[in-house]
Write a protein that binds this ligand. Structure first.
Ligand code: ATP
Length: 356
């Protein structure tokens, strides 16, 4: 039996709580599906930085990157900032270090969960580009000034080709599971030069994938349609900051951040974490919704399974998705979904719904 190495970074706030929850679910799957996962723990957090000045270095990321996958809770606290005044976290650094150019953020409206919009069926995958776009200039030289500051949006053909390749592959893979199998590009090519190139490359990649239907919308109109007609979207692909924003709009349609998983991936590497942050307002109370992290763990098993052609991991991923679906349908629900359940009660319910 292949043993997979999992690097675990619990991080800050509810990150530690939801990672523990997801690991309990994974442990159950290891037994039920005969999977062998070996965990190494890496204690990096904004809190550690505040107490000791120690932060994740390139050497740490090299070490962590030896694992088959990274399971990441959440990192960052509002009052812990670096020299540029930006919140200290490791997500952006890991994306750059590992060349993780796409963040997969699936959202699905489950039975038992209330949506703030009128829609019977919401099932979409937002793919956010994560290595350039509006975050391209984060390491640029910057003269501190109280009068002027700027950021840089850069789009490259190379990254677009890879990103859109992922989008079309995902549309095809989702189609086999019953979705319409089409890709929508959200862009702003009427106002941004970088987005003219993004649209051009999208058209080229679309022409190479004639079996997959496509649509293109301006990011402003697309954001509105996501709320008014969410059923029209399947795979949605977009630039870094647009994706940051629309993935949270999409999460809001299906119950919020507590049920929104994510996977930052390249062809070789994957970091799996919930879409939410460390949520200091509810940390330590045992009430965080663990579903987003549990679904991120399922995405990790899916990714490992596909990469290694390992049917047991794929089956375990499906088991977790099904167990989450039935838990959300019948309860108990965590407080962010209008229920009263603690983190532990939700985890127990998910584990109870898994095959023995
Ligand atoms: P970041 O910028 O690091 O992504 P954020 O500032 O967007 O973080 P979050 O930490 O994601 O903030 O929290 C936003 C709100 O959503 C908070 O009120 C938080 O309590 C709530 N929230 C986030 N995740 C969960 C969860 N798993 N369960 C319940 N509530 C959550």
């Amino acid at each position: 039996m292949t043993q997979y190495e999992i690097a675990v970074i619990p991080g800050d706030g509810i990150g530690t709580e939801v990672v523990e929850a997801a690991m309990a679910v994974l442990k159950h799957c290891e037994t039920s599906r005969g999977i062998d996962l070996n965990y190494t723990f890496h204690d990096f957090s904004a809190d550690l930085y505040r107490r000791t000045g120690r932060r994740m270095t390139e050497a740490d990321m090299d070490e962590i990157g030896k694992a088959d996958a990274v399971l990441f809770g959440a990192m960052g606290l509002p009052d812990v900032r670096d020299a540029n005044g930006l919140e200290l976290g490791a997500q952006v650094d890991m994306r750059a270090h590992y060349g993780l150019f796409s963040s997969l953020r699936p959202v699905r409206l489950h039975a038992g969960v209330h949506s703030p919009v009128k829609a019977d069926h919401i099932d979409m995958l937002v793919i956010r580009e994560t290595s350039e776009g509006m975050f391209a200039g984060l390491s640029d030289f910057h003269e501190p000034s109280d009068d002027e500051a700027s950021d840089r949006m850069t789009i490259t053909r190379r990254t677009c080709e890879k990103l859109f390749g992922v989008a079309f592959d995902q549309a095809r893979a989702r189609h086999t599971r019953g979705t319409p199998g089409h890709v929508t590009l959200l862009h702003k090519s009427n106002a941004l030069r970088s987005n003219v190139l993004m649209e051009k490359v999208f058209d080229e990649v679309a022409a190479e994938n004639p079996d997959v239907a496509t649509a293109k919308l301006y990011i402003d109109a697309g954001s509105m349609l996501m709320v008014t007609e969410p059923e029209r979207f399947d795979v949605v692909v977009t630039e870094n900051i647009f994706g940051d924003i629309v993935s949270e709009i999409a999460a809001g349609l299906v119950g919020g951040l507590g049920v929104a998983p994510s996977a930052d991936i390249s062809r070789e590497r994957g970091v799996f974490q919930p879409s939410h942050g460390s949520a200091p307002d509810i940390a330590g109370k045992g009430i965080a919704n663990p579903i987003a992290m549990i679904l991120s763990a399922a995405m990790m098993l899916q990714w490992i399974g596909e990469k290694n052609d390992d049917g047991r991991c794929l089956s375990a991923a499906r088991d977790i998705d099904d167990a989450v679906e039935s838990t959300l349908a019948s309860g108990p629900l965590a407080r962010d979904l209008g229920g009263t359940a603690s983190t532990q009660e939700v985890v127990d319910a998910v584990i109870g719904a898994l095959p023995r």
